[in-house]
Design a protein around this ligand. Sequence first.
Ligand SMILES: Nc1nc2c(c(=O)[nH]1)N[C@H]1C(S)=C(S)[C@@H](COP(=O)(O)OP(=O)(O)OC[C@H]3O[C@@H](n4cnc5c(=O)[nH]c(N)nc54)[C@H](O)[C@@H]3O)O[C@H]1N2
Ligand SMILES: Nc1nc2c(c(=O)[nH]1)N[C@H]1C(S)=C(S)[C@@H](COP(=O)(O)OP(=O)(O)OC[C@H]3O[C@@H](n4cnc5c(=O)[nH]c(N)nc54)[C@H](O)[C@@H]3O)O[C@H]1N2
Ligand SMILES: [Mo]
Length: 724
Amino acid sequence: MCGLEVTLDGPHVVSVRGAADDLFSRGFQCPKGINLGALDADPDRLTVPLIRTAGGFVEATWDDAFAAVRSGLGEVRERYGPESLALYRGNPTAHNFAAQPYLRGLAGAMGTRQHYTASTADQMPAHVAAAAMFGSPMSIPVPDIDRTSYVLMLGANPVVSNGSLFTAPDFPRRARELKARGGKLVVVDPKRTDTARRADRHLAIRPGTDALFLLAVLQELAVTERLDPGPNAASFDGVADVLALARPFTPERVASACGLDPAEIRAVAYDLADAPAAAVYGRIGTCTTRFGTVNQWLITVLNALTGNLDRVGGAMFPRSYVRPAYLPEAPLSIGRWRSRVRGLPEALGEFPVATLADEITVPGAGQIRALITVAGNPVISAPNGDRLGRALETLDFMVAVDPYLNETTRHAHVILPPPRPLQSGHFDWLLAGFQVRAVVRYSPPLVELTPGQISEGDIFARLTAICAGDDTPEAVAAVGTRLVEGLLARSVKMAGSPVEGRDPVELAGIVTGANDLERHLDVMVRLGPFGDGFGAHPDGLTLAKLLEHPEGIDCGPMEPRLAEAVVYDDGRAQLCPPEFAAEIAELEADLDREWPEFVLIGRRALRSNNSWMHNLPDLVGGSNKCTLQVHPDDAAGLGIADGDPVRVSSVSGAVTAPAELTAALRRGVVSLPHGWGHDQPDLRLGVARSVAGVSANSLTDDQVVDPLSGNAVFNGVPVSVAKA
Ligand SMILES: Nc1nc2c(c(=O)[nH]1)N[C@H]1C(S)=C(S)[C@@H](COP(=O)(O)OP(=O)(O)OC[C@H]3O[C@@H](n4cnc5c(=O)[nH]c(N)nc54)[C@H](O)[C@@H]3O)O[C@H]1N2
Ligand SMILES: Nc1nc2c(c(=O)[nH]1)N[C@H]1C(S)=C(S)[C@@H](COP(=O)(O)OP(=O)(O)OC[C@H]3O[C@@H](n4cnc5c(=O)[nH]c(N)nc54)[C@H](O)[C@@H]3O)O[C@H]1N2
Ligand SMILES: [Mo]
């Protein structure tokens, strides 16, 4: 989401730098962006499909590769039925111009409920909390960072990650500006992170106890009569119920479980209530824990009851610039069906990735026999990834859409590589709905495809057509055409749409764009809240305008819109959903439990992006190291010196990594970054293999999830630690 200025020599990148004139990122960039050229030119990037044979992977023509997919998927479906097919979509599909529009159709054509994504290793608790509270899984508030005077941030490190479900390029600048305005940043994190170092206050909480802390803040504000929900109070249901639940959780009562001083908890509570406008925000460290959904729920409750929900400078609901406002949205419930083996709830139509290995390995009707992965590396990114890797090897057929032969795709029978990044357009559909400011940008491809290359959109269209049973050229072309025509056909029939009553064929004639994806984008921005409505608002957005303004078009800051964010018929937000309330009893057990001697947490490095950027020489090394961070006092007790090999083990497995002593960690907590472990056979990742590291997900447990969302638990994992 940072604007980059790319200089080319023919088809090759000469340099990449932050685009100074970009209206959103204003010249800011991180090492990953700067390495776009290296990523684009990575000699290990696959350029043609690979087919697995007894003797290893061999290069294949696109026709042969698609033929292998057609027969591989076809045979499984014929023998075991459509429920034996599964789809896993990885993190980049959320940010990929082609994947977002096409994969919905692919999932539909597969005719199975076996859908998995990286969301259940990430933000699913936020969707589940939003769905229960507001009816919409996308009604996730984000801090209005540029106008707030107080941010209480739990389990997030945006100085490194640049924010997540909260798109704010150059967080360090925004944090500086917050302080210059007299505002405050408070960080709750078991580690004194780069973000915590810039904060006015840091609370080094025990991993996994955020819900207790949040309840104590709520209870303290209630008992001192500092809560004031403000003008939105009339829209909130369940206020008395949630306050009753909080009652036992006084700062004194939670202090030892959280490992915090009650006075500190009080101070944070009072500052939050006193701030003219404040936002509470929690990410990976709060989502990927046993109480992930409870955390997200309580964060929103605190925002609501301090009057900060939907307030300028508070926690606000961004308006996606590609979501037509007139499209009806029905309240979404979670758990409409359950997973076959463990009975875990579906959420947003998908099952938890933590149960993918179960569904592949446990026999019975509905057992997964074939898998499509798109832009995902779950062998490294999913809990107990080693088990998942063994499970993938038992599939009858697997196809991966991915530019690399990596830890996951090595199990595929066919790998279909997308073209180079610079040969694809870029538009981030998902993050359009989480930006702190609606700056709209589109980047067209900078380099044309060479003859014989296939765009990523065309790969998806072909796969969709194969799954639908007809992949003749006409059928494949129709998949792309439907992207453009489907929404137009609906919109002309919809009351309140700017094109109500118009002729969809006439509208399709107005649409511009070099291909179906661009034409689809044109339709989406025109019908979106800032669009031209096909002439209804002549000054509004169109694809043509976006192409004229690579620096972006600024459609302004977030605006209060609670009434739109709540999709329940009565327009009321539910602050105490009963299924969430039932979890509070589970939490009470944590107040007096015995804690493990050591727990594992994760971390991110500025030069890393999950599992797939370790093949770029400039990104590995420096601060980006696969070390086990240990507190010096813990290390002394274990006889471990800096650099010593340390064996970490859990119920799932064991790894050995070099120790890195740091007093930034809370005692009893060790930290290993995820995304490493590139020492597997067959990989075509020369640089990554040479710096292999170990996978944190050899240690995480796929049998423990946040039960409300099915989300994986990556933080607070009990481990044993010893000198190797
Ligand atoms: N450079 C870089 N940027 C990235 C990524 C990357 O890999 N590298 N990944 C991207 C992705 S996919 C995502 S989802 C975002 C994530 O963005 P963030 O959510 O900001 O992710 P992290 O940096 O992992 O920060 C999580 C923090 O939670 C803390 N933590 C662990 N357990 C607990 C706990 O129980 N309670 C509390 N309060 N804190 C805890 C950890 O110490 C850590 O500092 O980052 C994105 N940006
Ligand atoms: N222990 C632990 N585990 C974690 C986390 C953690 O904090 N701790 N974080 C979790 C989070 S937040 C996330 S989002 C997940 C990520 O989980 P995944 O999405 O499964 O894993 P990634 O490492 O992001 O893998 C992305 C894959 O996409 C491919 N790829 C990159 N660009 C493209 C493209 O343009 N097209 C296609 N087709 N493929 C592409 C890469 O080669 C790579 O194989 O990991 C989760 N796992
Ligand atoms: Mo993520």
